[in-house]
Design a protein. Structure first.
Length: 307
């Protein structure tokens, strides 16, 4: 039985980001098995909303204002409200992503009054990560609380995220379902050949499922980071995870490195040349903006001590 689904996302491919990747991956897979899928996403470059098809998925791009590639304020809100009500009429499911986006939360407040089942994946960090954003979140959290009350299911990607949502929004505790993010099917065809490999595996937060590979210590690191995610940010986050890794018998090194974002990431990765037994965790403080010429990142390298 095919379904009709609408996804709401702060932005969409070719924009790069974790939320965008998740939405694109799920939407395209559903479309391939004959479900009718529409994605409505913010687009800071758009003056008017436009429609297109991307890999079998109908994409509606709505104009937004996104200072610093954040906030995602929807433009033409009254028009957006009418459009959403008309778009979702007769649809089975509306899946809204990211409560850190004004566009998504506003859309949730609109579609939550319709007949479709509403799923929300908050991608919840617990608040902002700058003094200004923490201040704004003291108000925004109340807006999110009201919007979340319209969700039939609140989808968390880790037990850590679920606990944060339950703590800050106890009225939706009964609707929380934990389903970790998956990985692309192609990862199972990769084989690590040390420095002769033509790829390097890196992970951000919960995307460590691929690292298990029947190795107990990798499984432990996966579980550890899943529990810390998504509350690992900056040097404080690195200190927390490295302390736990030390206790588990790892040798850990933290590196602070300036990179030139104009140079391909692949070239930079090749200079690291890790050995097969090393696990490199790329712990990004923020998504690197392509507009920046230089950006400092921190990453952690951990190797299991010999027993």
């Amino acid at each position: 039985m095919s379904m009709k689904l609408v996804f709401v996302s702060p932005s969409y491919y070719p924009s790069v980001g974790g939320v965008e990747y998740v939405v694109k991956s799920v939407a395209e897979r559903l479309a391939r098995i004959d479900h009718e899928v529409i994605v409505i996403a913010g687009d800071a470059r758009a003056e008017n909303h436009r429609e297109e098809e991307v890999n079998g998925v109908k994409v509606v791009r709505w104009p937004i204002w996104s200072p610093g590639q954040a906030y995602h304020f929807p433009r033409r809100r009254s028009e957006l409200e009418r459009f959403l009500r008309e778009l979702t009429r007769g649809y089975d499911v509306v899946h809204v992503h990211s409560v850190h986006s004004v566009f998504s939360v506003y859309s949730l407040s609109v579609v939550g009054d319709g007949s479709a089942r509403v799923v929300v994946t908050p991608h919840y960090h617990g608040g902002g990560h700058t003094a200004l954003r923490r201040l704004l979140w003291s108000v925004w959290r109340r807006v999110v609380a009201k919007a979340l009350s319209k969700a039939d299911i609140v989808h968390a990607v880790s037990t850590r995220e679920a606990s944060l949502i339950a703590k800050h929004y106890p009225h939706v505790k009964g609707e929380i379902v934990v389903i970790p993010n998956g990985v692309g099917e192609d990862v199972y065809s990769y084989r690590w050949c040390g420095q002769n490999s033509d790829y390097m595996l890196y992970a951000e937060g919960a995307e460590l499922d691929v690292l298990t590979n029947n190795n107990d210590w990798l499984t432990y690191v996966k579980a550890l980071v899943l529990e810390l995610h998504p509350n690992v940010y900056g040097l404080d986050g690195l200190k927390r995870i490295t302390k736990s890794l030390w206790k588990a018998g790892f040798h850990v090194k933290i590196v602070r490195k300036d990179i030139d974002t104009r140079i391909a990431l692949r070239r930079w990765i090749e200079t690291i040349s890790p050995s097969p037994i090393w696990l490199t965790l790329m712990l990004w403080k923020v998504i690197v903006s392509l507009m920046l010429k230089r950006y400092a990142i921190s990453y952690c390298i951990a190797i299991k001590s010999k027993m």
